[in-house]
Write a new protein. Structure first.
Length: 148
């Protein structure tokens, strides 16, 4: 192993050096060796950690579990416009569009978002429209209030 101290370079040949100077270079080879060993250890053990108990599972004829569909977002802005998702829908077409969506999947969730400046009556009219279209799962969305 190399000594962490070295002779002064300007000392004359054959003379004792006045003092030792610390070695200011870091040997990174041992650190790289350790890191490579750790990398190999983790590469070998990682697949072993994901393996569970080996089982011979039975077959079933049950239907696959369906992922829930993306909810419908009905938005009401301050100007009185209605939106389904990001698409603006005219007031006259809103009931038909909601009915078509309800026929396709009546268990789909409908989120109703309303601007804070719209009237309560307008919001209740939209909730009634969603209900008469055939949806049973309706939620109101709001922003979280900032703590005071």
């Amino acid at each position: 192993m190399a000594s962490p101290l070295r002779w002064r370079e300007d000392a004359a040949i054959g003379q004792e050096p006045d003092r030792y100077q610390p070695l200011a270079e870091i040997n990174v080879t041992p650190m790289v060796d350790v890191m490579l060993v750790l990398l190999v250890i983790f590469m070998v053990t990682a697949p072993l950690l994901t393996v569970g108990v080996p089982l011979n599972l039975p077959k079933t004829s049950a239907a696959e579990v369906m992922q829930p569909k993306e909810p419908i977002v009905l938005s009401l802005d301050a100007q009185g416009d209605s939106y389904i998702g990001d698409e603006r829908v005219a007031e006259a077409d809103l009931k038909n569009r909601l009915s078509d969506l309800a026929v396709a999947d009546p268990d789909r969730i409908v989120y109703v978002r309303g601007d804070r400046t719209i009237s309560y009556a307008r919001l209740m009219d939209m909730l009634g429209l969603v209900s008469t279209a055939g949806f049973t799962k309706v939620s109101l969305l709001a922003e979280e209030a900032k703590p005071k």
